[in-house]
Design a binder for this molecule. Sequence first.
Ligand code: GLC
Length: 438
Amino acid sequence: MLYRQLFNQLQKFLQKLRSWRAGVFLSVLLSVTLLLIWRAIAQQPVTLNLLMPAPDVQPMREAMVKGFEAENPGIRINIVEGPNAANAVEDLYTSAFLLGGSPYDLINLDVIWTSKFAAAGWLLDLTDRVTKEELAAFSSQDVEGGRYQGRLYRLPIRSDVGMLYYREDLLKAAGFEPPETFEDLLKISQTLQQQDRTNWGFLWQGRQYEGLVTVFVEVLEGAGGFWINPDTLEVGLDRPESLRAVEFLRSTLQQGISPPGVTTYIEEDTRRIFQSGQAAFLRNWPYVWPLANEENSPVRGKIAIKPMVHAPGQSAGATLGGWGLGIAKTTRHPDEAWRAIQYFTNREAQRRFILQAGYVPSRLDLFTDPEIVAVYPHFPQLLEVVENAVLRPPIAQYAQASDILQRYLSGTLTNRMSPEQAMRAAANETRRLLGSRG
Ligand code: GLC
């Protein structure tokens, strides 16, 4: 519009002058103006949109985005703050892709989303952009979490692993060693509650959402069971070990060891209660450590961390979590997006990110980095836990399988169904979903 008006006016002017010199002069003027406008447009920074769960936004901005933007003045990262719960963020990404024209350029992927997003064709294949040597710097589990059918779609920016936090001060005062078995945890909790040393024994995430699945997978592993075998698609939800795992979680509620609110809590709810000093044990991710040890935290210096409790004769299970970045197939800026991923996964940016938020590193050498270990003495121990962590099944139907499990677990935890009924129904529905017989 603007150009056309300009052009018309010029034409009229030229006709009036009927002079070739003025014509040349004005053509040059017009070209220069157009060139300036073009340059101004070309210099506009490219903006990359990225949606993240709310608690991750601040550390991402501070430790990663600021440095990246300073080094790359032509690229801006616009972080959209999503809900706290991981699967609510997944729903937002999913509906953006299903509606077409996703507004996101970079995709912040939970370790369990890659298969679904890649199978749906929403992600760019990154395989040829990274060398084997570059990948070898990361924990192999985290890298695997970014592959689908042998191709790579996501690079890890942080790992995660479920752990048990406990109040070292309370346990010591009452003469207890840290718990190893389900029974130990129940007994210690009850005693501390009876002695009025704590309001609550054990906090965990029991809302009907992905976090409940991560808790269950951990307890299930500790009971010697399994959910879905990704190779054979066998389903283990109605086996005795699964019932044992459900019984443990239910008993924490029935015995008043966990507050009734647990069945509605996600990570941050439980973290706040534990941090205010009202519970002896907390199942959560390592991001809790720096927050619970903040200067004004009532439990600062009083807590310790260890792998989850398990059944006698079994070993502790830890669910592998973690986040990574992929590129939306629909982005108009794949090269800028790749530049950002390279920066966010480099050693220095990762180190700042970990130091700032206490996240579990994806780069193996950061677990034993002296500067990091000075702040997080439990990290070398975490490396072993991460390497043996349990993966949720990496299958394209993961979201549906998780949804089934969430629904029935919640049904039995809130006493709407017996454990047997719930787990039989969950197993059968999962078998139908996967077309498996096992
Ligand atoms: C953490 C984990 C993620 C998991 C989520 C569940 O963010 O890193 O893998 O799915 O918690 O709430």
